[in-house]
Structures are given as structure tokens and as C-alpha cells.
Write a protein of this length. Structure first.
Length: 74
């Protein structure tokens, strides 16, 4: 997440409780719904949720899902 110093840092909220606590509930729900939409092949919904997540200043790393990362347990 960009914090104004032109450096973007990515954190794994599954490994850092402090960072996890800082993520807004709306973003957490959007990530869960996006993953469900992806699994159902509802790409329009997944894209809309990705836009919502991005507008909130967050980004999902698709590699986490490919590696079987349990983001659904967020």
C-alpha cells in the first residue's frame, strides 16, 4: 500500500497480525467475495470487486491463491 513516500510495500496479512488488524472490514469482505466469484467463474463480479479493493488502496496477490494460500480464512 502506498503511503506517500513513493515506495509501495506488500505485506502478507496472514503472517502479520498487526497488518491484518489494519485492513478495513469492507476490504476483507470484498476479498472473500472476489475469491468466491473467481471459483464460480463469475469474472465480471470478480473484476468489479477487484476494482473496489483497488479503490480502497489495497491489492490482492493472485500468486497467494495459486499457492493455496488460505485467504478465505482471513
Amino acid at each position: 500500500m502506498a503511503d506517500g513516500d513513493t515506495v509501495t510495500v506488500y505485506v502478507d496479512v496472514m503472517k502479520d497480525a498487526r497488518e491484518k488488524a489494519a485492513v478495513p472490514q469492507a476490504v476483507i469482505e470484498a476479498v472473500r467475495k472476489r475469491r468466491t466469484a473467481q471459483l464460480r467463474h463469475d469474472l465480471a463480479m470478480a473484476d468489479a470487486l477487484q476494482t473496489q479493493i483497488k479503490q480502497a488502496g489495497y491489492k490482492c496477490d493472485p500468486q497467494l491463491f495459486i499457492a493455496g494460500h488460505p485467504f478465505g480464512d482471513f
